[in-house]
Design a protein around this ligand. Sequence first.
Ligand SMILES: C[S@@+](CC[C@H](N)C(=O)[O-])C[C@H]1O[C@@H](n2cnc3c(N)ncnc32)[C@H](O)[C@@H]1O
Length: 325
Amino acid sequence: MVYGFWVSRSLQIMAELGIADTIGDEPKSVEELAQASGTHAPALRRMLRLLTGLGVLVKDEQSQRFGLTELGRMLQKDSPGSVYGSLRAHGHLLSWQAWGDLVSSLKTGQPSVEKFMGDSFFGYMSKHPEDAAIFNGSMAAYQSLNAPAVVGAYDFSTAKSVVDVGGGTGTLLAHILQSHPNLRGALFELPHVKAEATARLSNLGMASRSEVLEGNFFEKIPSGYDIYILSQILHDWDDERSLKILTNVREAMHPGAKLLIVETVLPGDNVSHFGNLYDMAMLVLVGGQERTGTEYTALLEKAGLRIHRVLPTYMPPSVVEVVPA
Ligand SMILES: C[S@@+](CC[C@H](N)C(=O)[O-])C[C@H]1O[C@@H](n2cnc3c(N)ncnc32)[C@H](O)[C@@H]1O
C-alpha cells in the first residue's frame, strides 16, 4: 500500500510514452523503444525491468527484446478491455495535483482540483478540448468494461426507447442498441461532447437508431422515453445537485417509465471495496460521492422515486432499477 503509487505511475508513464503500442506483436529492443519514445535508453532499460517484474512485459533472454504479456496488451490503445484511457486520465497532471492536495479536500469538503483548474471540473473541460478528450477517453475505457456487464444484468427487451442522460460519448448506449435491434436510443449530453458522441455512434453503426441531444440535466431532461439511464452521473454531485437531476428525470418520466441508475453501491463500513477509492476520487475531482443503498433510497424518496430492485453486475457498478413512487 505504501509504494502503490510508484506502480501506478510507472504504468501511467508507459501509456503516455506509447510503449505497448510501439511493441505491438513484435518484441523490441531497448534501443528501438528508447528511440520511438524519445527516452534515455539506460533509464528506460531499468523501467522495462520493473515492468517485466510486474508481469506487463516479458524479456526474451536470447534476443534481449521485450514483448507484451497478456496483461501488457491491455495497455495498448485499442486492445479489448484496454486500460490505456484510464491510465492517461489518472496520469494527467491535474489528477496528480488533485490527489496530491487531498488534504485540502478533507479540510474543506470541496474538490481540490478546482484550485488547479481555476474552475469546476466540467466547466474546465468544456473550455479545454485536449484535456476533455483525455478524460472522456478514460470514461469510455471504463464504460467499455462496464457496458457488457450492464447489458448482461438488465433485460431491455420490453422497452422501445432509451435515453442515456449524461451518456458520455455513447459507449453504453451503443452496447445496449447493438444487443437489442428493435430499440431506439438517445444520448443527452453537454454541447462540447456532442460532436465526439455523434461520430462514435456513427462509427459503431448506430447512427440510424440513435440521436444525440444537447442539453443540461439541471434544466430539463427530454420526456417520452421508456428507460432513462443515469450511469456514473449521481456520483459526480452532492445530494442537493443529485436531487435536482432526479427531480428533472421524474418530471420527464411517464407512469410506466423506468430509471436505471448505474453506480457502485457502497456496501458500508469494514468492507474492502473499489467504490471506497472511487469515492475519494469523486471528492477531489468533482465534489461528488459514492453512496450506500440506504443513501440512494433516501435521495430517491425526496424526488418521488423508489428502488424496485438492485441488480449486481460482474463489474463494480450495479444496475439500480427505479420507478415512480
Ligand atoms: C462521469 S461521466 C459519465 C459518462 C457516462 N454516463 C459513463 O457512464 O461513462 C459524467 C458525464 O456527465 C456529463 N455532464 C456533466 N454535466 C452535465 C449537465 N449539466 N448536463 C448533461 N450532461 C452533463 C459529462 O459531459 C460527462 O460525460
